[in-house]
Design a protein around this ligand. Structure first.
Ligand SMILES: [Zn+2]
Length: 257
């Protein structure tokens, strides 16, 4: 019998120090904190796997004892400029989900410059740094309740466009905002994606859960998120706001810029 592996899948967005007012979802992790988290993973015996190994393991194939898949959503320039060097120095592969319809997107007035998205050339450069490209829909619209033509653009057209940019078809998909429903999952599957990621909730291999890492994580809260029980605990805490506040007061928050 094949041994069934369970891979820890971490979800990041961008790196950098962004004032709290310009990043309400706490999506940007300071570079030094990210580097400390990568060191911590290695100290804890985790081995970062690439997308191909992750997919093999999903089908029962072999892999390291404590596998972790490191993912980045949205395609911020900081993934190439800041995360890639940190990962490469440690020999850790990763996966970045991009929305090709937003290639080269420039932040609006009053927005943080950290929200600059990679252009075609920058996306094309990522795999050379050990970071595979995944698909994050066409222009990052929520796919829950989406009409068929828009679903086709978010999946099939986005997949073709990433192929045009990089010369490789993306193998996996991540839902914008983690939003999915049965029609979205079916559209992703029929477009040819072998697996897809949601955020917290899971629904088969086309809506696999991930563990989010945020600006406010301390090394202690990060360590708690590496435990197998964390996703279940998070769902329980989401259902009980008072318990969630208590949990945060025990673990603490990293200070915001
Ligand atoms: Zn996103």
């Amino acid at each position: 019998m094949r041994r069934r592996h369970r891979t820890l899948v971490l979800m990041y967005h961008g790196l950098g120090t962004v004032p709290a007012a310009l990043d309400p979802p706490n999506n940007f992790v300071p570079v030094a904190a990210f580097a400390a988290q990568m060191d911590h993973l290695q100290r804890r015996g985790f081995t970062a796997v690439d997308e191909a190994t992750y997919l093999d393991m999903l089908d029962g194939g072999p892999g390291p004892a404590r596998p972790v898949l490191i993912t980045f959503d949205d395609g911020y320039v900081s993934v190439l400029e800041d995360a890639a060097p940190v990962l490469q120095r440690r020999g850790m592969p990763a996966l970045c989900y991009v929305s090709p319809g937003l290639s080269g997107h420039v932040p609006g007035p009053g927005e943080s410059p950290a929200k600059q998205l990679m252009d075609d050339a920058q996306m094309r450069a990522l795999p050379g740094h050990g970071i595979d490209l995944g698909c994050h829909s066409w222009v990052h619209d929520s796919m829950r309740g989406m009409a068929d033509p828009a679903l086709a653009q978010a999946t099939t057209a986005a997949r073709t466009e990433i192929f045009r940019i990089s010369g490789e078809h993306p193998r996996t998909f991540a839902y914008p905002f983690g939003h999915h429903d049965s029609r979205a999952r079916e559209a992703v599957r029929t477009a040819g994606f072998e697996a897809a990621f949601a955020t917290y909730d899971g629904h088969g291999r086309h809506a696999l859960p991930r563990v989010d890492v945020n600006t406010t994580d301390t090394l202690r809260s990060f360590d708690l998120k590496l435990r197998r029980a964390y996703p279940a605990a998070r769902q329980a805490l989401s259902a009980a706001p008072a318990a969630r506040r208590l949990a945060h007061s025990v673990v603490g928050y990293a200070p915001r810029a």
